[in-house]
Each structure stands twice: as structure tokens, then as C-alpha cells.
Ligand binder design. Structure first.
Ligand SMILES: [Zn+2]
Length: 119
């Protein structure tokens, strides 16, 4: 599958995730970063906020989605609503950052990434 084809499939599933989160679960969500340029990835890596220079964001194959409650961003990596989103994403064969174990800051439940089994 080409990068373009992966992006089309990823975008389709990302739409499903957003509908599930907002309309089914009733959550307040905001997309933060999707496409990322190499300079930004280097910046995050240098700051210890990413463990890789080969992020799926560089190919627009990952999106960071932040959950809000009462207008306040939720950064709790153990928040149950992130887990619900993550489990749904995994049911679509995506890779969920809530499963990551990063040296820098533990898992990354806001991160939803392309999975090789996505169709
Ligand atoms: Zn991310």
C-alpha cells in the first residue's frame, strides 16, 4: 500500500474515531497535531518529548487528539475516556499511544497511529 493509500485509510478511520468519541461517547475532543515536519520532530526529540525521529506523524499517519472536560485539557494518561478511545481505535486495527512505554513520559494516550492491518 502506498503512503497515499495508507493516508486515505487512516483518515477514514480517524473520522470514525472522532464520531465515536464526540457523538457516541459525548466527549469534547480537539485534534492537536497530525502532519509533522522533520524540524518539529527533531524539536520534540531534543526536548525529550518523543523517543523517535521516525514518527508516523511525518507521513500524516498519526493524530494527537486531546480530551477536554469543562474546557480543561486532560493529560492524565490513565483517564478512562482515553482508554475507551484507544480500545475503539485498536478495534479498527490502529496503534494507540496509550500502549507505548516511552522513556520520556510514559505512555501517550492522545496519540492515534496507522496500523499495518488497517484496511
Ligand atoms: Zn502523536
Amino acid at each position: 500500500m502506498s503512503i497515499n493509500e495508507k493516508q486515505f485509510v487512516f483518515t477514514k478511520h480517524l473520522g470514525s474515531l472522532l464520531v465515536y468519541g464526540t457523538h457516541v461517547l459525548g466527549l469534547t475532543l480537539s485534534i492537536r497535531e497530525c502532519q509533522r515536519f522533520p524540524g518539529r520532530q527533531q524539536e520534540l526529540y531534543d526536548a525529550g518529548m518523543s523517543d523517535t525521529l521516525k514518527s508516523a506523524h511525518l507521513n500524516s499517519l498519526a493524530a494527537d487528539i486531546l480530551l477536554f472536560r469543562d474546557g480543561i485539557p486532560i493529560w492524565d494518561i490513565d483517564d478512562l475516556d482515553y482508554k475507551k478511545l484507544g480500545l475503539y481505535w485498536e478495534s479498527l486495527h490502529g496503534v494507540w499511544g496509550g500502549r507505548f512505554i516511552m522513556e520520556s513520559n510514559g505512555s501517550d494516550p492522545t496519540h492515534f497511529e496507522w496500523g499495518e492491518r488497517m484496511r
